[in-house]
Design a protein around this ligand. Structure first.
Ligand code: BES
Ligand code: MG
Ligand code: ZN
Length: 503
């Protein structure tokens, strides 16, 4: 789908669907909707609103066929914007996703022309309205259909062009810039989603390393098993031991061109390409979606795929300890005692708490880079999913100001973050009689216990841990209609890195 903007008079546009909008209970039409209403001899008011009772409720649609060639479009899609005072950028993102799904319903509709929703409303700036539109449209256009037969692939229409028509010359360039940023952000999400949705026998640690290597404009160093041994990553190596697929430790570095970075940030992603649970084997229903246990790693790779395109002015390090958690004669066992990179010893209480072991060594590595901030993203605990459900990720850390800043960003990216505590009390349950700690604690408060465990491997006080166990892979469609992988945290972290703010 090509998304673009053109200068023009909307009533002259030739297209399959012309998209205009209507606020809830709006009595007098304005803007482009008014123009189209006039061209259609007042049909939007007389027929759609008065006779058909279309109220403009948020996310509702009315399709009006063009009968007498009054305009060049084949039909007009009137979109309900809801109450004027309630419209904001998050609602617009959701609305634009809904619009694309509506347009895709009819298989012969390929060319869409639309007004830019939200333009000139309240404090919404032109560039952000365009950015949000591109995000919403591309979220809804994503599909993972490579294994479907043609008949099933083509159940909805492939939209070819989605063109914003704007008659104000001064706005065109801002719209173009917004669209470009929005599309790039979605491209990063889609990059992550493709990796997560793909089967685990294809997305092996080696494959993740290859994907990293193929990203343009960044330095990538891959550490093989031998190198990992030399780095003394005893916790990571133990998890990797049960699989025929060898572990890879991936370090990506992005540096802005021609400017000094204003900050150095490391982003660590959990990269378990399949989590069987190991010797503490998961029951079938819990194992089913465990190809998604590399969603943190996919998020990191998604981010890196667009950092240079977005001209991020920070130095960013991406760190992934990639391996499989499998069961075999070589697999690590409950009772094993491991030594992590920083010398701390860990008694294995449960082989299914593998993510924190791989992250322990990855966080030690990040710490040694002496960056200003460290963020880890991980499908870490079922407990986080139990606590927050599928609509929010858990956020924990050692610096409240930093946490608050990221939560603030997540409000505009609309990927909810909810803080969970790292109380000292959780520490007690990790006590071991023969090592510095065990890898699991009490059954209760599992997300926080995991967070406290991770905190033992990082000295940098500017550290945040984000648990995406509940949000990374959706069994039921969310408000954007997205199922399966949803690229959790890609948008939020790109907003954070790019300082995306609408004034
Ligand atoms: N990968 C899982 C966590 C998970 C659960 C991710 C559900 C996505 C959806 C993690 O490795 C795990 O198995 N955690 C255990 C920890 C327990 C043994 C302390 C869990 O949550 O059950
Ligand atoms: Mg596990
Ligand atoms: Zn796991």
């Amino acid at each position: 789908m090509k998304i673009d903007v053109k200068k023009g008079d909307i009533k002259n546009e030739i297209c399959d669907v012309l998209v205009v909008n209507l606020f809830e209970d709006e009595k007098t039409l304005s803007g482009q909707t008014k123009v189209i209403n006039q061209a259609l001899n007042n049909k939007i008011v007389d027929y759609v609103i008065e006779r058909e009772g279309f109220s403009g409720e948020f996310g509702s649609f009315y399709t009006l066929p063009v009968m007498n060639n009054e305009i060049n479009a084949k039909k007009v899609l009137i979109v309900g914007l809801g109450k004027k005072e309630e419209l904001n950028l998050n609602k617009l993102r959701e609305l634009n996703a809904k619009i694309l799904r509506e347009c895709k319903k009819n298989k012969t509709d390929k060319n869409i022309v639309s007004v830019l929703h939200g333009l000139d409303i309240g404090e919404l700036c032109t560039k952000c309205c365009a950015k949000i539109m591109a995000e919403g449209l591309t979220i809804a256009d994503y599909k993972f259909d490579k294994y479907l037969c043609d008949e099933d692939k083509n159940k909805t229409s492939e939209i070819e062009n989605f063109i914003i028509c704007e008659n104000d010359e001064n706005k065109i360039e801002k719209i173009r810039q917004g669209l470009q940023i929005g599309e790039t952000i979605s491209k990063a999400s889609n990059f992550a989603k493709d990796l997560i949705n793909e089967a685990a026998y294809i997305i092996t640690p080696e494959k993740l390393a290859q994907v990293a290597k193929n990203i343009k404009g960044v330095d990538v160093k891959i550490y093989d098993k031998k190198d990992i041994e030399n780095m003394n990553m005893g916790a990571f190596l133990a998890v990797a031991r049960g699989s025929v697929n060898e572990p890879k430790f991936i370090h990506l570095t992005y540096k802005p061109q021609n400017v000094l970075p204003d900050k150095k940030i490391a982003i660590v992603g959990k990269g378990i390409t399949f989590d069987s649970g190991g010797m503490d084997l998961k029951p079938p229903s819990s194992m089913l979606n465990m190809k998604d246990d590399m969603s943190g790693a996919a998020c990191v790779l998604g981010l890196f795929s667009v950092l240079s395109e977005l001209k991020i002015n920070k130095e960013v390090h991406g760190i992934i300890a990639a391996c499989e958690n499998m069961i075999s004669g070589c697999a690590y066992k409950p009772g094993d005692i491991l030594t992590a990179k920083n010398g701390k010893t860990i008694e294995v209480d449960n082989t299914d708490a593998e993510g924190r072991l791989t992250l322990a060594d990855a966080l030690c590595f990040a710490d040694e880079l002496q960056v200003d901030e460290v963020i880890d993203v991980a499908t870490l605990t079922g407990a986080c999913m139990v606590a927050l459900g599928t609509c929010a990720s858990g956020i924990m850390g050692t610096n409240q100001e930093f946490i608050d800043r990221l939560i603030e960003v997540s409000k505009s990216s609309d990927e909810k973050l909810w803080q969970l505590p790292l109380f000292e009390e959780y520490d007690k349950s990790l006590k071991s009689d023969i090592a510095d700690m065990k890898n699991t604690g009490s059954r209760y408060g599992g997300a926080s216990t995991a967070g406290v465990f991770l905190s033992k491997f990082i000295k940098n006080n500017n550290w945040i841990h984000i648990d995406i166990a509940g949000t990374a892979f959706l069994e039921k469609p969310d408000k954007f209609g997205v199922k399966m992988a949803n690229g959790a945290m890609v948008r939020t972290l790109l907003y954070y890195l790019k300082d995306c703010k609408c004034k």
